[in-house]
Design a binder for this molecule. Structure first.
Ligand code: DLL
Length: 438
């Protein structure tokens, strides 16, 4: 895998620097970032002191493991601007998460941070196959969240003509896709599927659209889902990753040459994989929770930030920068049913093995007299070869059997008629947990 030819289509030569060069740059930047956080953010000063470490203890890259881990909770606890490492006047942009529970997490950027972010998104888009001069339609929501604006600045930087369509308004999306003829679309994978449904309902074939590249992220999606999107539209569908606290979209992205894992932009972020239970750093290649340290951020440096995303580190391919495996799940997305663990992506894979089932599904967890049950609700495709109750029941029985083999325990299944599963209008919500948690 590592023997693949380097890409000839890099935006930035650093993407293919030697590993020694990358490590040397990382160490120099890590020392700066750790000192910057310690000197300017009360939280880091306090937590370093409690752990008995000082920025001067960072002499090699592996010394990073001496530093305490940080999390979303610390950003929340210091609401709104307590994690900023520069005077507020130097912060040119604020973003915030929706904050459905507790305070929103607030993130800030200096002018230079916005520049780096745009550079990294431009680099990501180029890796995904986008080119200067192409038209890019952005169907992520514009607003407080980092998604759309981050991608927008990067696409402009790359030299694209950007259409800031924003999320929702499916009819308008279709009209602009038809009339403006974008080459690239950026949207969640689940909404990309919803758009294809809408097109078909309006008598359009998604394969006839002008779109050549789909850049998708902000939620987990499987390889089976990628195949589905690629064949529906006849495009290359690439995975882009990021999170607000660490920057926003563009921390890592797949390259069109390999479509196999996401290159993490290691000149700006230092990745580690830890055991989510113990916090121990895991050996190279092992699956665990991704922890990221920013190396260049001014306004909101993050040191050993726990992403909760489960993945593993892999060597580079078309670029020397290492890859993370596609994020199958977040540690907090894991469902525990009758003491057995299951991730929604495992169910998704089994559903998509059956060509009679659409890629839309939802999972409902219930509890009766302490007995927990997982109900998998899938939906028949219009061209499944039947619609009736008996036909759907047959598929449901088969689905239950295959899920049991895959996840190791019994679930209930229901296969609904065409279009009965609620469609994603942005970030999909697949799990309905009706259990009463004490
Ligand atoms: O979702 C940033 C983003 C926007 C990434 C657009 C890609 C495209 P947050 O709202 O802070 O930021 O949510 C971050 O979303 O920790 C993951 O759990 C999940 N996530 C983001 N990208 C992917 C992906 C944006 N490609 C959280 N695959 C992260 C799986 C993803 N999960």
């Amino acid at each position: 895998m590592n023997a693949k030819a380097p890409s000839k289509d890099l935006l930035d030569p650093i993407e293919n620097a030697s590993r020694d060069e990358i490590s040397a740059l990382q160490l120099e930047r890590l020392k700066w970032s750790v000192k910057h956080a310690y000197d300017n953010v009360e939280h880091y000063k306090k937590s370093f002191e409690e752990a008995g470490v000082h920025p001067d203890d960072i002499k090699t890259l592996s010394d990073i493991s001496k530093l305490p881990l940080s999390s979303k909770k610390h950003v929340r606890d210091n609401y709104p601007f307590g994690m900023f490492a520069v005077p507020r006047e130097q912060v040119v942009r604020i973003h915030a998460s929706s904050g459905t529970t507790g305070n929103p997490t607030v993130v800030g950027y200096t002018k230079k941070d916005i520049e780096s972010w745009s550079d990294l998104v431009a680099r990501s888009l180029r890796a995904a196959g986008a080119k200067s001069g192409q038209i890019a339609h952005i169907a992520f929501g514009y607003g407080l969240r980092t998604n759309a604006l981050g991608l927008h600045y990067g696409a402009e930087k790359l030299g694209c003509t950007v259409i800031p369509m924003s999320g929702g308004q499916a009819e308008k999306q279709l009209q602009l896709i038809n009339d403006f003829k974008p080459d690239i679309i950026m949207v969640t994978p689940s909404y990309m599927l919803s758009l294809a449904d809408m097109m078909k309902r309006n008598g359009m074939d998604p394969r006839d659209s002008s779109i050549k590249i789909g850049i998708h992220g902000a939620e987990p999606w499987t390889y089976a889902m990628r195949d589905e999107i690629e064949s529906l539209y006849g495009i290359d569908a690439l995975d882009i990753y990021g999170l607000s606290e660490v920057m926003g979209p563009g921390v890592a992205c797949e390259c069109v040459e390999d479509k196999d894992g996401l290159h993490i932009w290691e000149d700006h972020f230092y990745p580690e994989i830890i055991d989510p239970e113990t916090g121990e750093v895991l050996p190279n290649g092992e699956q665990g929770e991704l922890v990221l340290t920013s190396l260049t951020k001014e306004a909101l440096p993050v040191i050993r930030f726990r992403t909760r995303d489960l993945t593993r580190l892999m060597p580079g391919t078309s670029r020397t920068m290492r890859r993370i495996e596609r994020i199958g799940a977040r540690s907090d997305d894991m469902l525990i049913i009758r003491g057995r663990n299951v991730f929604p992506s495992q169910i998704e894979e089994v559903i998509l093995q059956d060509k009679r089932l659409s890629p839309h599904y939802s999972l409902e967890v219930t509890q009766h007299d302490r007995m927990e049950n997982l109900m998998v609700m899938a939906e028949v495709r219009p061209d499944a070869g039947g619609f009736g109750e008996t036909f759907r029941q047959e598929i449901a029985t088969d689905l239950a059997r295959r899920i049991k083999i895959s996840v190791g325990f019994s679930v209930s299944t229901k296969v609904l008629p065409v279009d009965e599963i609620e469609r994603s209008m942005g970030r999909v919500k697949r799990i309905i947990d009706l259990r009463t948690h004490d």
